[in-house]
Design a protein around this ligand. Structure first.
Ligand code: ATP
Length: 225
């Protein structure tokens, strides 16, 4: 018995989902999540045909040890507000649920162990790629995931031949670049704007902006008398 095109389409998508899911993993501090993060995730999803993107907030990022970071609860709630309505996006708390420093390689190992059939794509901005050789076990990261990098306003493209020297020739086949509209935006600049009582409107989703105001995040607070 022949299937209609519609039925074949459904069977193909179910098979694809079960056999191999193309999963984007997007780690960061997200303090707060902003439109630069969201454009990065959406463009990578579209251009790499990802079936889902997991936003993985770090508990304790190795490159930000000693910096004050908002609570996991606040960062997760802001992510939930920001991604609401996008069926491809999900919050994943695995790094928050683990104790200790949030190493990306550990996160990828855990996802790979739990979902061996998934094809993993690690999403990051150009600044993060430049520092990849200093991350824990960069070669293993490249075995576990394709690294997808996007241009970032104000950041030079990383030197690919330097990366090849640092990480070996396999980097070429494990690296993919995605072009996105430049947004010269960082969480740090948003925190600074709030502290200086400047507008953050349209730099992040409205619900996240309201959350920041209602919870008094990043503001200096009243001067001690
Ligand atoms: P902070 O200013 O606190 O360092 P951030 O805005 O750089 O924060 P993170 O949460 O540390 O954000 O970044 C997570 C990832 O998002 C990193 O790989 C970073 O390169 C990328 N990223 C952040 N902002 C942008 C942007 N405007 N354009 C492209 N990539 C970005």
């Amino acid at each position: 018995m022949w299937m209609t095109d519609f039925e074949t389409g459904i069977v193909n998508s179910v098979m694809r989902w079960r056999v191999i899911m193309r999963l984007g993993i997007f780690g960061g501090t997200f303090d707060p999540i902003h439109n630069g993060h969201l454009v990065l995730a959406e463009q990578c999803r579209e251009q790499c045909q990802l079936d889902a993107v997991w936003f993985v907030p770090s508990a304790c990022p190795p490159h930000k040890l000693g910096s004050a970071i908002s609570s996991p609860k606040a960062r997760c709630e802001m992510i939930e507000f920001a991604i609401a309505g996008n069926a491809y996006f999900q919050l994943n708390r695995m790094e928050l649920d683990r104790s200790g420093i949030s190493y990306t390689v550990t996160t990828l190992e855990q996802i790979h162990a739990e979902h061996p059939a998934y094809e993993l794509f690690l999403l990051m901005g150009a600044d993060s790629l430049r520092d990849l050789s200093m991350w824990s076990q960069p070669q293993r990261i490249l075995e576990l995931a394709t690294v997808v990098t996007v241009n970032r306003g104000g950041e030079q493209s990383p030197d690919k031949s330097l990366l090849q020297t640092q990480l070996g020739p396999s980097i070429q086949s494990r690296l993919k670049s995605v072009q996105i509209p430049h947004l010269e935006l960082s969480a740090g600049s948003i925190r600074q704007r709030v502290e200086q009582e400047r507008s953050i409107r349209y730099l992040l989703p409205r619900a996240v902006e309201v959350y920041i105001t209602q919870n008094g995040l990043y503001s200096k607070g009243p001067e001690p008398s």
